[in-house]
Design a protein around this ligand. Structure first.
Ligand SMILES: Nc1ccn([C@@H]2O[C@H](COP(=O)(O)OP(=O)(O)OP(=O)(O)O)[C@@H](O)[C@H]2O)c(=O)n1
Ligand SMILES: C[C@](O)(CO)[C@H](O)COP(=O)(O)O
Length: 230
C-alpha cells in the first residue's frame, strides 16, 4: 500500500518520575541503543514518514549526542511542562497536512501496526492504535473496596501512534490546554473538540516504558520482534 507523506512528532521531554532512573527513560539502553533510537529508527524505516520532530527538554544533554540527531529528517523542538505542551510545541515545526504522534517511550512499534494506522488515517476524525483490555474490570469505591464490575466490551487501552490532520490537532490541543483540561493523549483533545477518532486494534506488546520492570519486558519484545519482524 502506498501512503502520502506524514510527519511524526515524538514527545521525548519527560523526566520519567515513575521509572525512577537518574537518566530519563528515553535515554536508557535497550539492546545496545537508547530507547529513543529504537523508536526513531522504527518510525524512519517507514516510507511514508518523511520527517520526525522530537520534542526535547531544553536542559537535555543527551539528544544532540545521538547520531540520529544529525539526520536531516530529524528536527529538534523544545519540550514543555506536560506531554501535551511538548506535542503542541513540536507541531509548530510540522508542515505536512497530516501528523502522527508517537511516544519516545514506546520502542516496540511494528511496521504492520504502523501500516494499519496509516491506512486508517484517511478517516477525517483521526485514528489511534489501541488494544482491548483483557482482565475483568472493577470500579473502586475510592476507599480500597470494589464498587462494581465494569463491562470490558467497550474498553480499550490508548496506545500510540495517533494520527490526525495537523491543523485540527493543533487547534484541539491549544483549545484544550487554554481551557485547563488535562490531556494525556492527542485523542483526548480531539474528543473535547467533538471528534471521534477511529480505534485501530494494535499489538499489546507496543508497551510504553513507564515503570522499571517495563525495560526488561521491552527488551524481550524487541528480541521477539527481531525474530519475526517484517
Ligand atoms: N513534559 C513532557 C512529559 C512527557 N513527555 C513524553 O511523553 C511520553 C509519554 O509520557 P510518560 O510515560 O508519562 O513519560 P514521563 O512524563 O517521562 O513519565 P512520568 O510521568 O513517570 O514522569 C514520553 O515519551 C515522554 O518523554 C514529553 O515529551 N514532555
Ligand atoms: C499517550 C499515552 O501513551 C497513551 O497511553 C499516555 O496517555 C501517556 O501518558 P500517561 O501519563 O503515561 O498515561
Amino acid at each position: 500500500m502506498t501512503f502520502s507523506t506524514f510527519t511524526a512528532v515524538v514527545p521525548a521531554a519527560g523526566v520519567g518520575k515513575r521509572m525512577g532512573s537518574t537518566v530519563p527513560k528515553q535515554y536508557l539502553t535497550l539492546a545496545g541503543k537508547t530507547v529513543l533510537e529504537h523508536t526513531l529508527e522504527r518510525l524512519l524505516a517507514h516510507d511514508a514518514i518523511a520527517q520526525v520532530v522530537v520534542a526535547v527538554s531544553p536542559e537535555d544533554a543527551w539528544f544532540d549526542a545521538l547520531p540520529l540527531a544529525a539526520d536531516p529528517r530529524v528536527l529538534r523542538a523544545t519540550g514543555g511542562q506536560e506531554r501535551a505542551d511538548s506535542v503542541l510545541n513540536a507541531l509548530d515545526l510540522v508542515t505536512s497536512e497530516r501528523v502522527l504522534v508517537h511516544d519516545a517511550a514506546r520502542p516496540c512499534l511494528t511496521m504492520k501496526d504502523l501500516d494499519a494506522l496509516l491506512a486508517a488515517s484517511v478517516h477525517p476524525q483521526g485514528a489511534i492504535l489501541a488494544c482491548r483490555v483483557r482482565d475483568t474490570m472493577k470500579r473502586g469505591d475510592g476507599k480500597g473496596a470494589i464498587r462494581e464490575s465494569v463491562s470490558r466490551d467497550e474498553l480499550w487501552h490508548a496506545l500510540t501512534p495517533q494520527c490526525f490532520a495537523t491543523r485540527t490537532l493543533r487547534q484541539a490541543l491549544s483549545t484544550a490546554l487554554s481551557a485547563g483540561h488535562t490531556v494525556t493523549d492527542e485523542a483526548s483533545a480531539m474528543e473535547l473538540a467533538g471528534f471521534y477518532p477511529v480505534l485501530v486494534e494494535g499489538r499489546s506488546d507496543n508497551i510504553k516504558i513507564t515503570r522499571p520492570e517495563d525495560l526488561a519486558l521491552a527488551g524481550f519484545f524487541l528480541q521477539q520482534l527481531k525474530e519475526s519482524f517484517t
